[in-house]
Design a protein around this ligand. Structure first.
Ligand SMILES: *Cc1c(COP(=O)(O)O)cnc(C)c1O
Length: 363
C-alpha cells in the first residue's frame, strides 16, 4: 500500500461541488479584491478567537511580519523558539528586530515558559510563542509573565487552528494572533493566505493600513505599507472549508489516537501533548533514537514521512550571525535528530491508518 504524506486531491473528491461552487460564485461577483468574502472570513475568525477585528493577509509570514511591525518591535528583541518553521524568525528579522531563542520542553517540544523570565531584557519588545504541530504553549503561565513585564504577545497559530488550551482556543490570548492558510495547514486554502486577529482596535487599523500601501480611507499613505491582501478567491475556499472543519479536526484527532495506540508497542514514542491542551494535529510527530531506521522502515512500507524540522533555525546558515553555537539550545538540537512526522490529514482512509499503525508496531 502507498500512503502519501499529504495530498489535497482527495478533498476535491469528497467536497468538490461545495468548493467549486464557492469559487464560481466568487468569480461571478463584482469584487475580486477585499470584497465580502474576505470581510466575512475576518469577522468569523475575529469572533472565534475573541478579537475585536481581524485582517486578512497574503500569507502567514506576512501576518507575523506586519503584526510585529504594528507593535513597533524594530530595533528591539523578540523572544521566540528556534524549534519552529523558518518564517517565524524571518518575520522577526523583516520587522527589524533581533530574535532571542529560548529552548523547548523536553517532552512536548513547545516553548519552555520557565526559561522566559531570564531571556527578558529592557530591549524585549514582544514574545512570540509558536503552537507547534497543533499542540499548544502553556499560555496561562506565559501570559502571567508577559503581563507582569508589560510585554505584548503575538501568537504564531500557523499550525494550531482548532487547538484549545485550558478551554480557550490558541489565538485568543495574545495582542495579535497570526494564522496561515498554506494548503497543508488545518484550515488550508488553494494557495497562500494568512490572517491576523487583534485584541485592540488600534492594531486592526494599523494592520489595515500596513497591508495596503499604508493607505487611510482616502487612499493616502499615513504609514509606509506593503501589498499583502488575502485574495477574495482564497477567502471563498476558506469559508467553504470552514463548513466541515470540525469534522476534519475530529478526524485528525481520531487518526492520532490510533497512532498513539500503535506506538505503545514500539520503540518510538509520540511527542507529548501539553497538559491542559487539546491538540489539533496539524502534524503527528514521533520521537525515536534511530530516526534513519524508522524512516527507512516506513519508506520501504510505502508510507510517506517528513521531518519538522531537521535543522533548528539557529543552526541554519542564514542565521549564523546571531551567534548561537552548537549546544546552545540542547533540547531543540537533540530533538531535531530524533523527530519524524507521519501522514495525518482528514481524508486518509481507515485502511491506510490501520496499515500505518501495523507498521508502527514493528518499529
Ligand atoms: C506555515 C508556518 C508559517 C508561515 O506561513 P505561510 O503561510 O507559509 O507564510 C509561520 N509559522 C509557522 C510555525 C508555520 O508552520
Amino acid at each position: 500500500m502507498q500512503v502519501p504524506f499529504f495530498t489535497h486531491l482527495r478533498e476535491l473528491e469528497r467536497h468538490g461541488s461545495v468548493l467549486m461552487h464557492a469559487v464560481e460564485d466568487c468569480v461571478h461577483s463584482s469584487r475580486l479584491i477585499l470584497g465580502e468574502r474576505v470581510a466575512a472570513l475576518e469577522q468569523a475568525l475575529a469572533e472565534q478567537f475573541c478579537g475585536v477585528g481581524a485582517v486578512g493577509m497574503a500569507s502567514g509570514t506576512d501576518a507575523l511580519t506586519l503584526a510585529l511591525r504594528a507593535l513597533s518591535v524594530g530595533g528591539g528583541e523578540v523572544i521566540t523558539v528556534s524549534n519552529t518553521c523558518t518564517p517565524t524568525v524571518a518575520a522577526i528579522r523583516d520587522a527589524g528586530a533581533t530574535p532571542v531563542f529560548v529552548d523547548v520542553c523536553e517532552d512536548t517540544l513547545q516553548m519552555n515558559v520557565d526559561l522566559l523570565e531570564q531571556a527578558i531584557t529592557p530591549q524585549t519588545k514582544c514574545i512570540v510563542p509558536v503552537h507547534l504541530f497543533g499542540n499548544a504553549v502553556d499560555m496561562v503561565r506565559l501570559m502571567e509573565i508577559a503581563d507582569a513585564h508589560q510585554i505584548p504577545v503575538v501568537e504564531d497559530c500557523a499550525q494550531s487552528y482548532g487547538t484549545m488550551v485550558h478551554d480557550a482556543p490558541t489565538g485568543s490570548f495574545g495582542a495579535i494572533s497570526c494564522f496561515s492558510f498554506y494548503p497543508t495547514k488545518n484550515l488550508g486554502g488553494w494557495g497562500d493566505g494568512g490572517l491576523c486577529v487583534c485584541r485592540e482596535e488600534q492594531h486592526v487599523a494599523a494592520l489595515r493600513a500596513l497591508h495596503q500601501y499604508g493607505w487611510d480611507d482616502a487612499s493616502v499613505a499615513q504609514s509606509e505599507g506593503v501589498n499583502s491582501r488575502l485574495d477574495e478567491l482564497q477567502a471563498a475556499v476558506l469559508l467553504a472549508k470552514r463548513s466541515f472543519i470540525e469534522e476534519d479536526l475530529a478526524r485528525r484527532r481520531a487518526i492520532a489516537a490510533q497512532y498513539d495506540e500503535a506506538l505503545q508497542h514500539a520503540s518510538a514514542e509520540p511527542v507529548a501533548t501539553t497538559p491542559g491542551a487539546t491538540h489539533s494535529y496539524h502534524l503527528y510527530v514521533l520521537r525515536t533514537p534511530d530516526r534513519a531506521r524508522a524512516q527507512a522502515r516506513l519508506r520501504e512500507a510505502g508510507i510517506g514521512t517528513a521531518v519538522h524540522y531537521a535543522v533548528p533555525v539557529h543552526r541554519m546558515p542564514a542565521y549564523a550571525f546571531l551567534g548561537y553555537e552548537p549546544g546552545s539550545l540542547p533540547v531543540t538540537e537533540q530533538a531535531a535528530d530524533q523527530i519524524l512526522s507521519l501522514p495525518i490529514f482528514p481524508t486518509l482512509t481507515d485502511e491506510e491508518v490501520s496499515y500505518v499503525g501495523e507498521v508502527l508496531k514493528s518499529l
